[in-house]
Design a binder for this molecule. Structure first.
Ligand SMILES: *[C@@H]1O[C@H](CO)[C@@H](O)[C@H](O)[C@H]1NC(C)=O
Ligand SMILES: *[C@@H]1O[C@H](CO)[C@@H](O)[C@H](O)[C@H]1NC(C)=O
Ligand SMILES: *[C@@H]1O[C@H](CO)[C@@H](O)[C@H](O)[C@H]1NC(C)=O
Ligand SMILES: *[C@@H]1O[C@H](CO)[C@@H](O)[C@H](O)[C@H]1NC(C)=O
Ligand SMILES: *[C@@H]1O[C@H](CO)[C@@H](O)[C@H](O)[C@H]1NC(C)=O
Ligand SMILES: *[C@@H]1O[C@H](CO)[C@@H](O)[C@H](O)[C@H]1NC(C)=O
Length: 465
């Protein structure tokens, strides 16, 4: 803005000949318009002009993409033309609703009493999903690049024999489950997509490769695939995908640009703040701690005594801020480091379980919360939430911008008993989509990932020449 004013000023001081005088109007008008535009932009996006941090902050954790009244409408004055903070983009997961929201202001729907959340369901559109799913299940075919047990890198390329465990289990579970599924085809001409079966988590722990060798390994692997097979070159890798849950996956592809630009990356670290992740092209893989086949506990919502719970290493400014703000609070329990008491009972005793960005936007906490029937509160800006194009995260979670950590208690307390009960009911409903099974079960995490891939299959089949 200051620059425009200087420009304007210097322009107006400049001596101009009479013949040019009429032309002078054009830059002046342009500069003036630009300045006004910038002024307008700043006033509509910054909080410099809006001395009501509370009203504003309360506004922007709830995006209202459908124009329906949101579950937090009862916090607001009915027609509030409050400009949103530019930080709204932080809280835009998973619905990109800001434009409609802006256009629609914060008007409540006549007749609504602010309880619409009670009617919210876990799918954006259950009918489309159900129909698509059946089609996908019948027709979707994957070609997995074959490797045999004698390959020196069989440990990286073949599915693991044991049942996957630990933090990065999602990666191994996917490959193992796919390997035994009806989606595989041995005939590449029938394939919709091609699977690059390297495991980044296993590469990292292979002494022959290690953290610093991963990039070259991936580059060599793509070189091999593109020289020994014709499929990669047909699309520049656009009908190829890999699956990774380790955050190192983000840099693993740095020496294989085509993967980053064209292939489908199914990754746990799905932060759209990172240049290596491209939302819509890539897909978010839920990080899930596997828990065997036992039925998950079913603690009903009224038996939860604590408002909110978090435990974890304080390894990020966001967690630092959370601890600083809430460490002495009695209703929000925040533990730095490991708990001495049971993690499971903390998840089962709390109404809300906090998922807070650490090194990465993703952790296993969302899956933990679902399993124990706790409503997740997601405090991780820029997180492209798993299955967000299928599932309506608003109906079973609360997404809060980092900036709103001080408002946490107020936000959670603003929910009525009915609204909470609905969130809790939806958590119990959605959790089957966040579980792995050795033999896949319809609509479980494996099938959901398959569906995400199916949505991204190429609409153009390139014929084999
Ligand atoms: C999906 O396919 C599998 C294997 O053919 C089958 O067992 C399952 O019932 C199918 N699910 C649906 C919903 O069609
Ligand atoms: C992968 O599939 C092949 C072919 O069906 C099978 O022989 C192999 O045992 C499977 N591997 C694992 C780890 O399930
Ligand atoms: C690429 O192919 C060569 C020759 O077959 C092989 O030695 C090498 O291990 C392969 N590299 C990768 C990363 O698959
Ligand atoms: C794919 O393209 C690369 C680079 O142009 C080329 O070297 C390679 O031979 C091609 N692969 C096949 C199978 O034709
Ligand atoms: C919490 O309590 C500790 C110890 O009494 C104190 O040093 C700290 O400032 C308190 N924090 C807040 C946010 O009130
Ligand atoms: C947890 O255990 C550690 C070591 O056993 C101890 O130092 C710490 O005070 C305990 N914390 C709580 C909250 O009991």
């Amino acid at each position: 803005m200051a620059r425009s004013f200087i420009l304007l000023y210097s322009l107006s001081r400049r001596r101009v000949s009479d013949s040019l005088r009429s032309l002078f109007f054009i830059p002046t008008a342009l500069a003036l318009t630009t300045s006004l535009f910038i002024l307008f932009y700043i006033s509509s996006t910054s909080n410099l002009f809006t001395p009501h941090p509370h009203r504003q902050s309360r506004r922007h954790f709830l995006q209202n993409p459908n124009g329906v009244s949101s579950k937090f409408d009862n916090l607001q004055t009915p027609v509030e033309s409050q400009p949103q903070s530019s930080l709204d983009f932080d809280s835009l997961t998973p619905n990109l609703g800001v434009l409609e929201d802006r256009a629609g202001g914060a008007k409540t729907i006549p007749g609504s009493n602010g309880n619409s959340a009670v009617n919210e369901i876990i799918f954006h559109d259950p009918d489309i999903f159900t129909q698509d799913y059946i089609k996908m299940n019948k027709s979707f075919k994957i070609f997995m690049y074959p490797h045999n047990k004698n390959d020196p890198f069989a440990n990286i390329l073949l599915p693991v024999e044991f049942e996957p465990e630990g933090n990065y289990a999602s990666e191994s579970f996917f490959k193992k489950t796919l390997n035994n599924s009806h989606f595989l085809t041995q005939d590449p001409s029938k394939a919709d997509l091609f699977y690059l079966p390297f495991s980044i988590a296993r590469l990292r722990h292979d002494p022959r490769v290690g953290i610093y060798g991963i990039q070259d390994f991936i580059k060599d692997y793509i070189f091999n695939v593109s020289h020994y097979y014709p499929y990669w070159n047909r699309t520049g890798g656009a009908d190829h995908f890999y699956v990774s849950c380790h955050s190192i996956g983000r840099v693993a592809i740095n020496k294989a640009e085509e993967i980053k630009l064209n292939a489908i990356q199914v990754v746990c670290s799905s932060s759209y703040f990172q240049s290596s992740y491209v939302p819509h092209k890539d897909a978010s893989l839920p990080q899930i701690w596997p828990r065997g086949e036992d039925d998950p506990p079913n603690i009903i919502s009224t038996h939860r005594k604590k408002l909110a719970f978090f435990a974890g290493t304080i390894n990020s400014p966001v967690r630092q801020k959370l601890v600083e703000t809430w460490q002495n609070d009695t209703s929000i329990s925040v533990h730095a480091g490991h708990l001495n008491t049971s993690y499971e009972s903390a998840l089962q005793d709390s109404k809300f379980c906090l998922h807070v960005k650490g090194f990465e936007v993703n952790t296993a906490r969302i899956g933990d919360a679902f399993y124990h029937g706790c409503v997740p509160v997601i405090i991780a800006n820029h997180y492209d939430l798993p299955f967000a194009d299928i599932l309506n995260w608003k109906s079973f979670s609360i997404v809060i911008a980092t900036l709103d950590i001080p408002l946490l208690q107020r936000i959670l307390r603003s929910l009525s008993t009915d609204e909470y009960a609905n969130l809790h009911k939806n958590v119990l409903e959605v959790r089957r989509h966040f579980r792995w099974h050795v033999t896949p079960v319809d609509y479980d995490a494996f099938y959901m990932v398959m569906y995400e891939l199916w949505l991204r299959r190429s609409s153009i089949r390139v014929p084999l020449s």
